[in-house]
Structure formats: structure tokens, C-alpha cells
Design a binder for this molecule. Structure first.
Ligand SMILES: Cc1cc2nc3c(=O)[nH]c(=O)nc-3n(C[C@H](O)[C@H](O)[C@H](O)COP(=O)(O)OP(=O)(O)OC[C@H]3O[C@@H](n4cnc5c(N)ncnc54)[C@H](O)[C@@H]3O)c2cc1C
Length: 577
């Protein structure tokens, strides 16, 4: 079995998910559990083998850039096209799309694992596969039946790829600045005109474009109202060009194989997904899925860095011993390992909640639920939606920041070689740098999370965590650790009370609060893992030991600084730089 299929992945596949409950809720028929889980295992094993085989070409051709094509598009370098082709042939694209459109209906947790493995080998390749799945999922959710029948089988066959076109020169974090215009013409066409920048996979056939509706253009300017999400293909049905041109490719510090494009839309014809003026809502779904995708990308890349660092430290000798035996190196490697496991635990927990909601939505769409089961599904859907809305930005924030740290630490473990092209760790770090920026920067994720906390989502998240921790108190192996985490949740509530007294201060300290919530959520999930596999208790123990001091420190910072920090920062910045 490929080492890409790691122990945490197998733990969730074999022990930590109640597949029978999930699948029978999702599809009304009886579930052949052995066959279903067997098929899941085959998918993961195939993905692991293929991804591992992509590693060497990806490292060797890391510098190879995407290029413009003669027909106004863009393409990735040959090694990435070859790897994509292998994934396509193995049927490993657009896996979560429903079976009726040729997909597999794969749970997002398992799809996330596939994305993680692909990213471990090549984060640039992941951009193609991730955006393809994201675009297809949004079409499935918001497209008319006609649009779905036209496009989804082509996505699941891997014949078309997708992109997500939001950013414009004046509209980055603030999508209220979008100026691309969507106009309904007198002959009933929907035309799109404008310029997008930084569009990953911008040479794709299918662009999901966020554009401002012409009829409310001036009135809605500067807001995220009055936007539509529009599917714009690069070609018309007869194969002629549709006014979508890649006019420039960015030269970047990393993910060279991923085409980052300026795309110009000139009288391009499209079809609306979802309702007019409600495109931001539809795009948020795609963005949230993409945020979890980027978190998987970061976890995958960090795994590659950790693996290389651990292997190198075992064989590199200084002062007569492998550097892995030097206490400072050993503790660095242990910290990298624990932090990676915690980021993965938070991410898998969030995918798990999302999968339950997808199953509930499917069940509520049928007519075979009893009144009681329907009420339960509706209440569960509402609760877990609130949890997912809070945990998604936390996953993206945490995994990408941790990836940045782990890839940087891996360079340190490699010493001078880490700064040369003789090792791969510098490439990983260069690739990691964009992850804290795209799909919403870390600051935007922290602000989003703060907003959800302000709306009460933290109570819902903590209610679940506290119930789980109370249950763990019955297990002597985990009782003491669970008690410590439980106390941390109360400490966070206390600090949160101080924080929210002043919204300016709350925004300033959003990262501290979100980090505390990340820590207790990840710690709880690590304790679940320890319950299923006692060998992993040590990971939970190490993480909780660090968190308990960290949370006290962050809580105190929030509390002692509340009256002074905003003015102090302003005073510091008033000084000449
Ligand atoms: C390689 C690459 C690929 C990309 N792929 C895509 C893609 O496929 N599709 C797409 O639409 N876009 C894509 N982007 C764009 C990306 O999503 C944006 O760059 C990102 O959202 C940040 O926007 P910006 O660059 O305009 O930075 P700005 O919004 O100008 O932000 C600059 C800084 O200010 C901070 N900031 C801004 N507002 C706030 C706030 N309210 N609170 C706190 N801090 C704030 C930010 O955190 C950041 O540190 C890509 C970018 C790159 C570089």
C-alpha cells in the first residue's frame, strides 16, 4: 500500500465514520456496507498509488511554467497534463458529483483525502482537479436540469475543466468592487463583459464568473448585492470562440505549473446559475468548498515537507549522531508532526459535518421520511450548517498557516541544502506561500469566523464539543485530557466576553480568538482519534499540553490589552517608519 494513504486517513475510513448511518440517510435503499466501504478503499488506494507516482516528475519539473495557447487559452506544462490524463482515465475527477451525472457521489471527506494526496505530490495539479470539482459541484447545486445534463457528464468524464472568476484589479478581498457586467440582451442572450485577474486554471472551458447585473449596476455598485453567477464557456455550441480570452499569465514565486490568468470577457455569452442578483450566495458555496480544498492542499503539501524532513534528519549526521537525535531538531520534528495532525483533525471533522448535511439534504428531498425523522433532519441541518460556516474559515486559516510554518521548518532541518535546489523543501515553502492568500486571505478567514461567532455559531460548536468531552470523561485513558479541553472552552468564553465589548478591538484580535477555537476543536477531534487508536493518544496529549498554555496566553492578551491596544497601535504607526 502506498505511504500516501496515511494512518489518519485509514482511521476515518475504518473506524471513525458511521458509514452505514450516513449512506442510508443519503440514499433511501439498503446499503451494502462492505461493498461501499470496499469501493471507497479502492478509490483511496488508487489515488494514493497514482499520486505517489506523480511526485518525481513534479519535483523535477517544478520550475516548468504554464503557457498561453494559440486559441486564446492557457495550459499547464506536459508533466501536469500527463498526470491529469492518468487521473482522468482512472475516473478520479469530479468524484463527489452524483451518479446520475456520471460521478461517484463520493463523500467530501474522502474527496478531501484524494485532494490531499494529489497536493502532496503536486499542488499545481491539485488546482486543476480541485477547481474542476468545485465548478461541477456549483453547477449541480445551482444549474437548471438542462444545464446539468449538458455540462456535468463532461466534467465527470474529465473532458472539461473549470475556473472560478471573482477577482478584478479593484476587487480582491472586497468583492463588492466587482465591475464585470452581465447584460440581458433584447434577443434573450446573457452577455458578460469585463476583466478578471489572477484566475487559476483560466484556460479552462467552463468559467464560473461573478458579474454585476446591468439593470441594477449603479445602484448595487460597491456591494455584493446585484451580482449574478454565470457559467461562461470558452466556446459556443458550434465550437466557435465565445469572447473569452486569456490575455496574460502571471509569473509567480511558486505553483508554477498552475496557470494564473488575466481573462477578458468581450460579449461572451453565458447562462445564469441560481437567481439573478443572488450570485454572491452561489459563489459562497463554491468558495467554501474551495476553502476546504485549499486546506486539504495545505495539509497535503505539509505532509510532503514533514516526510522529507524526517527522512533527512535520520540520515544526516553531525557531531557523530543523526541530527534527528539532537533535542532541538527532535522537538521541531515532533511539533511539526503534532501540528499537522491537528490541522488534519480539524479538517476531517469539518468534512464529516458537511457530509452529514449533504446526506440530510438528500433525505429531506425525498418523501420517505417520517415526520419525526424529517424534523430531526431539519434541526440537524440547521445546527451543522452553522458549525460548518464557522469551521470552514478556521480550517482554511489554520491549515495554510501551519503549512507555511512546517515547510519553513523543513527548510531549517535541511540546513544549507534546504536553501538550494538540491532538496525539494524550498520548493514546498515557495508553493505554500500563496495558500494563506488565495480563496480569501488569513485575515479575511479570521474576520469571517469572527462574524459567525458574533452570530452565535460558537455556542453551537461548543455545545457539541462539550457533550463529546463529557462523554470522554467515562474513558480513563482520555478523561483527564478531556477535562483540560473542557476547561479551555470556558476560558475562551470568558475572553470572548471581553473581546466583543468593542467591535474594533474584536476585529483586531480576531486571529487570537479564532486560534483558540481552532485549538479546542482540533484537540477534541484528536481525542476522538485516540479513542479509536490508543497509539494516537500521545499526539492528543502533546497538542493539548501546548494548547493549554497557549490558550491561557491568548486569553490574557485579549483581556489585559482591551482598553489600550487600539490606541497604542495607532500611536506606533504615527511614528515615522
Ligand atoms: C496564484 C493565485 C491564484 C489565484 N486564483 C484565483 C482564482 O482562481 N479566482 C479568483 O477569483 N481569484 C484568485 N486569486 C486572487 C486571490 O483570491 C486574491 O489575491 C486574494 O483574495 C486577495 O486579494 P488581493 O490580492 O486583492 O489583496 P487585497 O484584498 O488587496 O489584500 C491585501 C492585504 O490586506 C488585507 N485585507 C484586506 N481587506 C481586509 C480586511 N477587511 N480585514 C483585514 N485585512 C484585510 C489582506 O488580508 C491582505 O493581507 C488568485 C491569486 C493568486 C496570487
Amino acid at each position: 500500500m502506498s505511504h500516501y494513504l496515511g494512518t489518519a486517513m485509514r482511521l476515518y475510513l475504518d473506524h471513525l465514520v458511521d458509514w452505514e448511518a450516513l449512506l442510508s440517510l443519503q440514499r433511501s435503499e439498503r446499503v451494502d456496507l462492505d461493498a461501499e466501504v470496499g469501493a471507497f478503499r479502492t478509490i483511496l488506494e488508487t489515488a494514493a498509488q497514482l499520486a505517489a507516482s506523480f511526485e518525481e516528475p513534479a519535483r523535477k519539473h517544478w520550475h516548468a511554467e504554464a503557457s498561453l495557447t494559440d486559441d486564446g487559452g492557457a495550459t499547464s506544462p506536459p508533466h501536469i497534463r500527463a498526470a491529469y490524463e492518468q487521473l482522468r482515465k482512472a475516473g478520479l475527477v469530479s468524484l463527489p458529483i452524483d451518479e446520475e451525472y456520471g460521478g461517484y457521489g463520493l463523500p467530501t471527506l474522502l474527496n478531501g483525502m484524494v485532494i490531499e494526496m494529489i497536493s502532496r505530490a503536486d499542488p499545481s495539479l491539485m488546482m486543476i482537479v480541485g477547481l474542476q470539482t468545485g465548478a461541477a459541484s456549483d453547477i449541480q447545486k445551482y444549474g437548471s436540469e438542462e444545464v446539468k445534463r449538458k455540462w456535468l457528464p463532461r466534467f465527470t468524464a474529465g473532458d472539461v475543466e473549470g475556473s472560478m472568476d471573482l477577482t478584478e484589479p479593484q476587487a480582491g478581498s472586497d468583492l463588492g468592487g466587482i465591475a464585470t457586467r452581465a447584460t440581458e440582451t433584447e434577443d434573450g442572450r446573457l452577455r458578460v463583459d469585463g476583466q478578471k485577474i489572477f484566475i487559476s486554471n483560466g484556460g479552462a472551458e467552463v468559467h464560473l464568473v461573478l458579474a454585476r447585473d446591468d439593470d441594477s449596476y449603479d445602484a448595487s455598485k460597491g456591494t455584493t448585492k446585484g451580482l449574478s453567477l454565470i457559467l461562461v464557456p470558452r466556446h459556443k455550441d458550434d465550437g466557435s470562440p465565445n469572447g473569452v480570452t486569456v490575455t496574460r499569465l502571471e509569473r509567480k514565486l511558486g505553483i508554477h505549473g498552475s496557470a494564473t490568468c488575466e481573462v477578458v470577457f468581450d460579449d461572451a455569452e453565458g447562462v445564469r446559475l441560481g437567481k439573478q442578483g443572488q450570485g454572491f450566495r452561489a459563489m459562497l458555496d463554491l468558495m467554501n468548498a474551495a476553502r476546504l480544498g485549499v486546506a486539504s492542499q495545505a495539509v497535503g503539501l505539509a505532509s510532503a515537507a514533514l516526510h522529507d524532513a524526517r527522512e533527512y534528519a535520520k540520515q544526516r549526521k553531525q557531531f557523530g549522531v543523526p541530527i534527528a537525535e539532537q533535542p532541538l531538531v527532535k522537538t521541531m520534528l515532533a511539533r511539526m508532526t503534532v501540528n499537522l495532525e491537528a490541522a488534519r483533525a480539524l479538517l476531517y471533522r469539518t468534512y464529516g459535518l458537511l457530509d452529514r448535511n449533504i446526506a440530510r439534504e438528500a433525505a429531506l428531498g425525498r418523501d420517505d421520511l417520517s415526520a419525526a425523522a424529517r424534523a430531526e433532519a431539519e434541526a440537524g441541518l440547521e445546527r451543522d450548517s452553522s458549525r460548518v460556516r464557522l469551521l470552514t474559515p478556521l480550517c482554511k486559516y489554520h491549515a495554510t498557516e501551519i503549512c507555511d510554518e512546517i515547510t519553513r521548518d523543513a527548510m531549517q532541518v535541511f540546513g544549507g541544502v534546504g536553501f538550494t535546489m538540491d532538496s525539494d523543501v524550498g520548493k514546498y515553502h515557495a508553493d505554500s506561500l500563496i495558500m494563506t492568500v488565495y480563496e480569501g486571505t488569513s485575515e479575511i478567514q479570521a474576520s469571517f469566523a469572527l462574524k459567525e461567532i458574533g452570530k452565535g455559531a460558537l455556542n453551537t460548536v461548543f455545545k457539541q464539543i462539550r457533550d463529546e468531552l463529557a462523554e470522554m470523561q467515562n474513558d480513563p485513558e482520555r478523561a483527564e485530557l478531556a477535562k483540560q479541553v473542557l476547561e479551555m472552552t470556558h476560558r475562551i468564553d470568558q475572553a470572548g466576553g471581553v473581546l466583543f465589548q468593542d467591535i474594533g478591538y474584536a476585529l483586531m484580535r480576531a486571529k487570537l480568538l479564532t486560534q483558540m477555537v481552532i485549538d479546542v476543536t482540533a484537540a477534541t477531534e484528536l481525542l476522538h482519534q485516540a479513542g479509536a487508536d490508543s497509539e494516537r493518544r500521545v499526539v492528543a496529549e502533546a497538542f493539548i499540553a501546548r494548547c493549554s498554555l497557549g490558550i491561557e496566553h491568548m486569553a490574557r492578551r485579549i483581556e489585559v490589552d482591551a482598553d489600550t491596544a487600539v490606541d497604542r497601535d495607532a500611536a506606533v504607526l504615527a511614528l515615522e517608519a
